[in-house]
Design a protein around this ligand. Sequence first.
Ligand code: WQD
Length: 335
Amino acid sequence: MEILVTGGAGYIGSHTCVELLNSGYKVIVVDNFFNSKPESLKRVQEITGKHLKIYEVDTLDEVTLEKVFSENNIEAVIHFAGFKSVGESLQIPILYYHNNITGTLILCEKMKKYNVKKLVFSSSATVYGMPKSVPISESFPLSANNPYGRTKLMIETILQDICAADKQWSVAILRYFNPIGAHESGKIGEDPSGTPNNLMPFITQVAVGKREKLSIFGGDYDTHDGTGVRDYIHVVDIAKGHIRALERIIKTSGIEAYNLGTGIGYSVLEVVKNFQKVTNKKIPYVILKRRRGDIAECYADPIKAKTILKWSAEKNIQDMCRDAWRFQVNNPNGY
Ligand code: WQD
C-alpha cells in the first residue's frame, strides 16, 4: 500500500516515515525543503534500511503535484506540509494563509481527481485557543488567536465540508499537544532554523553551549510553580499515533478529530529539572515576563484516541529529555 506523506522531511514527518516504513508501507514523500533538509530523509532510510520515493515539490505547484499522483498508486495521504510558527504567522499572515490553506486545497483537489479519499491531517492543540479548563477534550470549543492557528482551524473546517459533500472520504484530524524528543538512534530530531521558538530545542542548545541561558517566559501564571504547563509528548508516540489513525481511516469513512497528548502537564521548571536530572547538564535560566499569546495550562484528555485508535503515549518526560539531548549531541549544528 502506497502512502503519500507531504512535508515528510520535517520533524514529525520524518519520524512518521520511520514508523510507516517499519510497518511495511510503501512511502512517497513530497517536500519543498523550505523548512527541512533532504538529509533527514537519507537518515530515515538509514534507520529503517528501506527506500523512500522522494519528490522535491511544493503543494502549491499544481503541475508537479499532479505528476506525483499520476505516477503512483496512492492509497492515502498524511498531510504535514505547512508553515508552523505562531510568532512568524503574526508577521507574514498572507504567506501563512496562502501556503497552508491554498496548498491544502490543491492537495485535496488532486486527491479527488485521482480518487484518493483517505487523509490524516496534522493539526494542533492551538485550535483550542484559551481553553476554559483542563484537561482538554475534542468536544471543547475551537478558536485561534493567531494566523497559524487559524489556518489549522480553517483546514479542519474545509475537511469537514469535503466529508459532508462526499461520504466516501475518510479523514482523521490529529491535534498534537507539545511534541518533543527524537528517535532513539539520535539520527533524526527537531532541527529548528535560527533561534528556537519552542522550549526543548532551546534547552538542548543551552546544554550544548550554543546558547548562554534559557529565558523562561512568565513566572506568575496560576500554576503550581508559576511557569507555563504543557502536555509534552514524545515525537515517536506522535508518529505511532499516525499509523493507528491511518489504519482507522482505511477501514472507515467520515471525519474525526483526536488529541495526541499524554494527559500529563509539566511546567517549564519541571521540564528543566527533568532535563538536568537525565543529562547531568546544568541549564542556567532567567525568568522574564510572559510571552504574548501564551496560556497558563494546556494538557489533553487522550481518552478518545485510546478508545478509538487504540493508541496511548508510552514514553515519559525523561525519555523525551534523553532522546532530545542525544540528537542535539550527535548534531550540534542540526542536519
Ligand atoms: C512551551 C512552554 C512557553 C520557549 C507551540 C505552538 C503550538 C505547537 C507547539 C505547532 C510555554 C515556555 C518556551 C522558551 C519558555 N506548534 N517557553 N522559553 O507555545 O506551548 O506551543 O509549539 O503546532 O501550536 O503554539 O510551545 O515550546 O513554544 O512553549 O519559557 O524559550 O515553554 O512560555 O509555557 P507552545 P513552546
